[in-house]
Design a binder for this molecule. Structure first.
Ligand SMILES: *Cc1c(COP(=O)(O)O)cnc(C)c1O
Length: 517
C-alpha cells in the first residue's frame, strides 16, 4: 500500500462543502429551482426547433465532456449551458409535438410538479411506518384509478384485492410470475420448477420474455403462440387451448398466461373473456398487460376492451405512457395480494414494527422487487386532481380524434395503405405495392418492405418528425403514434406533408427494382 498524499487544499474543500447550507439552503434552492423551471419552460417553448430524433453518432458525448469530475463547484447557470449545448443534441425529444414514435410517454405540468414534490420530500416508503402517507395515498389513488377504468371490485383494496405502483411493466410481470410460480410450487413441490410453462402470443411485448427469463422458468417452456392475419394478430383461444393440452400430455405444468390489451406493434386486443375462461379451467394465472391502451379505459367507450378481466389474476398499465404521469408509473392490480406478498416479503428484525405486526397495514416492500421505493403516488394524485376526470378523458379523446384524422389522410391517398385496424391513437400504414408498381413491373413483398424501411429512415434522419416501425405477418409498417402533449392538428397535417414529400422523392429516384435495396 502506498502512502496517501493529502493536499491541504482538498482538506479545506471538504470542510467547506460539509457546510450543510450548501447542500440544501432554502433560499439557494428557491433561486436555483426558479432557474430550472424557467429553463424547462423555455425548452417546451422551443421544442419544435430541435430535430426530433437525435442525429448524433455513438460516443459523441465523450468528446465533449471532461475526463473526470470537477474538483471545484460549478454554477447551475454554467451546467445548464452545457445541457443546452452538449446534452440537447443527444436527446430524442419525446415531448416534441412532432414525436410519433414507439408509444408516447406524455409529460404534463401536474406530472412534472408531482415528480418534483416527490423528489423534494424524498421519503423512502418501504413499509407503512417509514412514511404512512406514502403508502396510504398509493392505496387510495390505485383504487381511484381502478374505479376509473372500471376494473372489477375484486381487484381493488375496497374489494379484497389491491394495487401498487411499480416502475415498469416488466417488473409487474416479473412480480406476478413469481407469485404464480410460488403458489404452484407450494402445491406441486419445488423440484418441479422445470415443468412450469408460460404462455403468450408472438405479439406479446418482449418485456414478458425478459421477466420469464429472470423468474427462473425454463426458457424452453415459454410458448409464444403464433397469431395470424385471420384474427388480426390477436391471440386465438383455440390455439391457446391446443397448446396447453399438448403440454399437459407431456407432463408439463401450465402456469401463466400474459394477455395483451393493445399490443405494441399494432394495438391489437387479445379476447380476454375466452382466454381467461380457458386459463381458469386449467388453473393458470392470467396477467393482462395493457401498458398503453389500458389508459384509454378511463373513457367508458373503451372499457369494453376489458370485458373478461374479472377472471384475470392481475392487470397492469403504464400511467406514464398515456396518463400524463411521467416515467415511471406502472400501475399493477392483483386480485389476491397474499399470493404476491407471500412470494416477495421478507421482514428483517430492523424493519419490525407494531403496525406491520398488527397486519393492519400494507407494506409495499412486499409488493415489488426492491425494498426502497419512491413516493410515486403523489404524481398520479396530482394528475388526477389537477385535470379532473373530465379533462383526462378529453385529452385521450383528442388524441384518438387526431389519429382518426391522420387515418383519413392516409386512406385518401392511394399510394398508401392502412395495414392494421386502428383501435386507439396509433395508425399503422405503409407505401402500398401499387405505388411501386408504377415504377417496377414485378414487385415482391420483400421489396415493398425495403422501400418502406428506406422511407422511414429518410424521414427520421431529417429530424422534422419521428416515427418507428413494426413488422407483423411479414409486413413492414410505419407506426404513427399520437400523444405528445403539444401535438395539434397542424402537426398532424405537417407530418403528413413530410411523409408524402419523402415518398415522392424516393419514388422519383426509383428507376428499377435494384434501386430499392
Ligand atoms: C410499452 C409496453 C411494454 C413495456 O413496458 P415497460 O414498462 O418498459 O416494461 C409492455 N407491454 C406493452 C403492451 C407495451 O406497450
Amino acid at each position: 500500500m502506498g502512502t496517501v498524499k493529502i493536499n491541504p487544499e482538498d482538506v479545506f474543500d471538504v470542510q467547506f462543502s460539509c457546510n450543510t447550507s450548501t447542500l440544501l439552503d432554502p433560499e439557494e434552492f428557491r433561486r436555483q429551482g426558479h432557474i430550472m423551471v424557467d429553463f424547462l419552460a423555455d425548452y417546451f417553448n422551443d421544442i419544435e426547433k430541435y430535430p426530433v430524433r437525435s442525429q448524433v453518432e455513438p460516443g459523441y458525448l465523450k468528446k465533449l465532456l471532461a475526463d473526470s469530475a470537477p474538483n471545484q463547484p460549478e454554477s447551475i447557470e454554467k451546467i445548464l449551458q452545457n445541457v443546452r449545448k452538449d446534452i440537447f443534441p443527444g436527446l430524442t425529444h419525446w415531448q416534441s409535438p412532432n414525436f410519433f414514435a414507439y408509444f408516447p410517454c406524455i409529460s404534463s405540468t401536474a406530472g412534472i410538479l408531482g415528480e418534483m414534490l416527490t423528489a423534494g420530500l424524498n421519503v423512502v416508503g418501504f413499509n407503512w411506518i417509514a412514511s404512512p402517507a406514502a403508502t396510504e395515498l398509493e392505496c387510495i389513488v390505485m383504487d381511484w384509478l381502478g374505479k376509473l377504468i372500471n376494473l372489477p371490485k375484486t381487484h381493488l383494496f375496497s374489494g379484497g384485492g389491491g394495487g401498487v405502483i411499480q416502475g415498469t411493466t416488466c417488473e409487474a410481470m416479473l412480480c406476478t410470475i413469481v407469485a404464480a410460480r410460488d403458489q404452484m410450487l407450494d402445491k406441486v413441490g419445488r423440484e418441479n420448477i422445470d415443468k412450469l410453462v408460460v404462455y403468450a402470443s408472438d405479439q406479446t411485448h418482449f418485456s414478458f420474455q425478459k421477466a420469464v427469463k429472470i423468474s427462473g422458468i425454463k426458457l424452453e417452456n415459454f410458448r409464444a403462440i403464433p397469431t395470424t392475419k385471420a384474427t388480426e394478430y390477436a391471440l386465438c383461444p383455440i390455439s391457446l387451448s391446443k397448446t396447453i393440452q399438448e403440454d399437459k400430455k407431456t407432463g408439463l405444468l401450465p402456469l401463466f398466461l400474459c394477455a395483451t390489451v393493445g399490443t405494441t406493434s399494432t394495438t391489437v386486443v387479445d379476447p380476454l373473456k375466452p382466454l381467461c375462461e380457458i386459463a381458469k379451467e386449467y388453473g393458470i394465472w392470467v396477467h393482462v398487460d395493457a401498458a398503453y391502451a389500458g389508459n384509454a379505459c378511463i373513457c367508458p367507450e373503451f372499457q369494453h376492451f376489458l370485458n373478461g378481466v374479472e377472471n384475470a389474476n392481475s392487470f397492469s398499465l403504464n400511467a406514464h405512457k398515456w396518463l400524463f404521469s411521467i416515467l415511471d408509473c406502472c400501475c399493477l392490480w392483483v386480485k389476491d395480494p397474499n399470493s404476491l406478498t407471500k412470494a416477495l416479503s421478507t421482514t428483517p428484525e430492523c424493519l419490525r414494527n407494531k403496525a406491520t405486526d398488527s397486519k393492519q397495514v400494507v407494506d409495499y416492500k412486499d409488493w415489488q422487487i426492491s425494498l426502497s421505493r419512491r413516493f410515486r403516488a403523489l404524481k398520479l394524485w396530482l394528475v388526477l386532481r389537477s385535470y379532473g376526470v373530465v379533462n383526462l378523458r378529453n385529452f385521450i379523446r383528442s388524441h384518438v380524434k387526431m389519429a382518426k384524422h391522420f387515418e383519413e389522410l392516409v386512406a385518401v391517398d392511394e399510394r398508401f395503405e392502412i395495414v392494421a385496424p386502428r383501435n386507439f391513437s396509433m395508425v399503422c400504414f405503409r407505401v402500398s405495392p401499387l405505388a411501386l408498381q408504377e415504377k417496377v413491373i414485378f414487385v415482391e413483398e420483400d421489396q415493398v418492405n425495403k422501400f418502406n424501411a428506406k422511407v422511414l429512415e429518410s424521414i427520421n434522419s431529417c429530424g422534422n418528425i419521428h416515427m418507428t416501425h413494426a413488422v407483423v405477418g411479414g409486413v413492414y409498417m410505419m407506426r404513427f403514434a399520437i400523444g405528445a402533449p403539444l401535438t395539434d392538428y397542424r402537426h398532424i397535417n405537417m407530418a403528413w406533408d413530410v411523409i408524402r414529400n419523402h415518398v415522392n422523392v424516393l419514388l422519383k429516384n426509383l428507376s428499377s427494382v435494384a434501386s430499392i435495396v
